[in-house]
Structure formats: C-alpha cells, structure tokens
Ligand binder design. Structure first.
Ligand SMILES: CC(C)(COP(=O)(O)OP(=O)(O)OC[C@H]1O[C@@H](n2cnc3c(N)ncnc32)[C@H](O)[C@@H]1OP(=O)(O)O)[C@@H](O)C(=O)NCCC(=O)NCCS
Length: 418
C-alpha cells in the first residue's frame, strides 16, 4: 500500500501516560441516554485526575475529542470539561476531531505539546453520546415549503460518506469482498470479542479503568451547576452494558445489516461513554511522584481510500512500527478498534497478525464504540494490558470514516527493565 508514503509519523523521547479512568459504556438509548457528552467527559476527567493524584493546578491544557454535538452547549465542550473538572480558569482547552480516531488524536496532540515544550501535563478526554445525536435540519432557518420538511436522523445520515456514497457498513462489505471474508469468519471473530469481554469483566480487568456513574452534580463557584441524571429507578451504572454471553449460533441467526457479512451482532456496538487519561513529561512525573503506566513511543496518521476506510490501521501500524525502529514481531499486544468484524479481519489479513495478541479483553463489537472516546479507551486499556501480561510494546489503533488510520505505539518500561 503506497498510503504509507504519506504517513505523518513522530517519535517521542519523554512522554508518558500516567493513568486514567472511564465511565461504563452504556447501550444506545440505555442508562446514559440523558447525559450529554460534556457531562460524560467531566465525569471521566474528574476520575482520571483522582486516580492519578495529579493536582488540578498542575494541568497545562485540556485536549478533548468528541464527534457529534449532543447538547445545545456543545460548542463549549472542552472548556466546560476543564472548568467543571476544577482546573484553574487560565488552563486552555481544545477539541480535536478525526472521526473514529479522535481519541488517539487527543493523546497525540498532548504528546506533541510536550515535544514542543508547550505543556508538561495534559488532561486528554474522549467523550461521545451516540444516543443524543440530534434529529436535524440544515435548511430550515429560512423556512420551508409546505410538505418539504428535512428533519433527519443525524446518526444514521452521518454514517454515509457522501464522497464515495458508501455507508460505513458498505466499506466493511467492500473489504470483505477484497479479502474474501465470509459471514462465518466475521461471526467467529465477533463471538471471540464477546467471549473475551465477558471473561475480562468476570476477571475484574475492567474495574481497573471503569468507575461507576451515579446521579451527580458538578459545581463550580460563580457558574451554573451541571448534573448527571440517570433514568428513574437506576441508582448507578457500574459496568459496560453491551458485553453478554454470545454463542456463535445467536450471531449466525441475525439478519445482514448491509446486504453482506455484517449484522448488528458483528459490528461495533453503538454506546455512550467517556474516557480520560493524564499525559505528562518524565520530568513532571518525577516531580509529582507519579508512577507512569506507559511511555508513548511514537504515533502515525495515514490516509486510505474512503471506500475501504477500515483498512486504515494496516498502513498506520506499519508506519508507527517503522518510526520506532521495531518489527511487528516486537509488539506484544494490539488494541485494534473493531468498527466492523470484516474490517478488523481485513487488517489482520493484510498484516498477518496473530489474533492471540489482539484485543485480548474484547473490542468494540462487545464493548462498544463511542466515537470520540474510543481512542482514549483503547490506549488506556492497552497500557493496562501490557502491565498485566508483562509485555513491552503495544499498539492501539483505529480506522476513521472518510479513510484514515491512526496508530500509537506505547512501551511498558517495567518489561524493558526486566
Ligand atoms: C450494524 C448496525 C446498522 C446494526 O444496527 P441495528 O440493526 O439497529 O442493530 P441492533 O443493535 O438492533 O442489533 C440487531 C439485532 O441483533 C441482536 N444482537 C446484537 N448483538 C447480539 C448478541 N451479542 N447476541 C444476540 N443478539 C444480538 C439485537 O438484539 C437485535 O435483535 P432484534 O432485531 O431481535 O432486536 C449498527 O450497529 C451500526 O451501524 N453499527 C456501526 C456503527 C458505526 O458505523 N460506527 C462507526 C464505525 S466507522
């Protein structure tokens, strides 16, 4: 693939992930349906600061990632996340959007700020409410002719890339054709994703990153109080809602969603949630007495044809491995976002990956894919998994609608020392 020749890559010397936290990921129109992306982000951000012990005074910047606008005050999302996380008023806040890879972009923006000497500690927050995507019109401000009303389901319309006129699902079907991926292959992979996520939940793996969400007020002196409201009768949401025991037979019985191999069971689940990590320089970590989780070694961003957008992780992985001077065999663990089952399998076949090293705690088919939150979640999960398995290098990556791929290579330095 010649896309790699245009890859933007960068290596980092002294950038670290200190730790993080996330909300549970809740099913579409489920327990978190009334919570805006801003409030989900505030919750994750506050918990990330708490768990890392980094003082709000020490944060130099907020980098937030979110794709859809899910409240009338959405323009202010990054700023409100900073304010209601208790950061000093002078700390600036930025929103980044690279579709499904936005969360990776947030971490890379933070790393870039460190490389440029602009920041020592950055709060990265990925957040998305898929349920609160609006029913929207772009043409009615000037009125409309009788009977010609435009209001449409934004979430559904937004999964159509109008350049190739392909739905995101169609791009996975195209990869299925090109890589000869069958419905059986796709369902087998999805069953593995569910089984691994359920096993990881049962083993308590996710309790190292998921914090329960309860009804809660976010206060800041002189400003309006915000709040998280849960549905009546729900006191708390403590774990991801979508993973469930899923025998292959249940997946086989589902109807195709896009006239091919993809179904509602072997595509990424549509969920609401947020994830946050604190990214800092080595000097900062030392000064703060923090024990970092992982070092950010390198990042890569590539473009691929929109009609096969899901292949993006393949050239991004090749580029990031080359940037770090490593080989694919050096990588102990991958977190590859499962936008669609066939999309993941295409990446696996393109690179000849060993599935035993990929998404070992389940992926987005089981856990869900809240667009702007996914990259932060995958990077944090990967850092924790490297610690658990005592692996040294890991890559977290995703494809993005429109045709892009982003990959982040991280190192568990404990394994290097061992
Ligand atoms: C593929 C997609 C269109 C399916 O949407 P949907 O038809 O609304 O899917 P549902 O969640 O209703 O699932 C369909 C059926 O499968 C069932 N199902 C899903 N997962 C299951 C599981 N693990 N076990 C058993 N049944 C399952 C559902 O219960 C549902 O059954 P029903 O029809 O009897 O209610 C949608 O999930 C999608 O677009 N996903 C990708 C989102 C996206 O594009 N993200 C960006 C990536 S670039």
């Amino acid at each position: 693939m010649d896309e790699q020749s245009h890859a933007q890559t960068i290596g980092y010397e002294d950038v670290w992930i200190l730790g993080g936290a996330r909300t549970p990921f809740a099913d579409y129109n489920g327990t978190l349906r009334d919570v805006s992306a801003t409030d989900l982000g505030i919750k994750a951000a506050r918990e990330a600061l708490k768990t890392t012990g980094v003082s709000v005074e020490a944060i130099d910047a907020v980098v937030a990632s979110s794709v859809a606008q899910t409240s009338f005050d959405a323009f202010f999302l990054p700023r409100h996340i900073g304010l209601y996380s208790g950061l000093p008023i002078g700390v600036p806040a930025l929103l980044v959007q690279r579709l499904c890879t936005s969360g990776f972009e947030a971490v890379l923006q933070a790393a870039d700020q460190m490389a440029l000497g602009k920041s020592e500690a950055v709060l990265c927050v990925g957040t998305e409410s898929m349920s609160r995507n609006p029913i929207a019109s772009y043409s009615h401000r000037g009125g409309f002719k009788m009977g010609q009303v435009e209001f449409k389901d934004f979430l559904w319309e937004a999964t159509l890339d109008t350049a190739p006129r392909s739905r995101m699902g169609d791009t996975a079907e195209e990869l299925a054709k090109r890589y000869q991926i069958t419905r059986e292959d796709t369902d087998v992979f999805a069953a593995t994703s569910f089984a691994r996520a359920v096993a990881a939940q049962e083993a308590g793996f996710f309790s190292g990153e998921v914090v329960p969400v309860t009804a809660e007020k976010f206060e800041r002196e002189r400003y309006q109080t915000r709040e998280i409201r849960l549905p009546r009768n729900v006191k708390s949401l403590a774990s991801d809602e979508h993973p469930r025991p899923t025998p292959i037979e249940a997946l086989k019985s589902l109807k195709p969603a896009f006239k091919g191999v993809q179904t509602g069971g072997n595509s990424s689940a549509i969920v609401d949630g947020a994830a946050a990590v604190v990214v800092a320089s080595g000097a900062f970590a030392k000064k703060a007495g923090a024990v970092p989780l992982a070092r950010v070694v390198a990042g890569a961003t590539v473009g691929v044809p929109p009609e096969i957008m899901g292949i993006g992780p393949a050239p991004a992985i090749r580029a990031v491995v080359a940037e770090a001077g490593l080989k694919l065999d050096d990588i102990s663990r991958f977190e590859i976002n499962e936008a669609f089952g066939a999309q993941y399998i295409a990446v696996e076949r393109e690179l000849g990956l060993d599935r035993e090293r990929v998404n070992v705690n389940g992926g987005a088919i089981a856990i869900g894919h809240p667009l702007g939150a996914t990259g932060v979640r995958c990077t944090h999960t990967l850092a924790r998994e490297l610690k658990r398995c005592r692996g040294r290098y890991g890559i977290a990556t995703a494809c993005a609608g429109g045709g892009q791929g982003v990959a982040i290579l991280i190192e568990n330095t404990d394994a290097a020392a061992a």
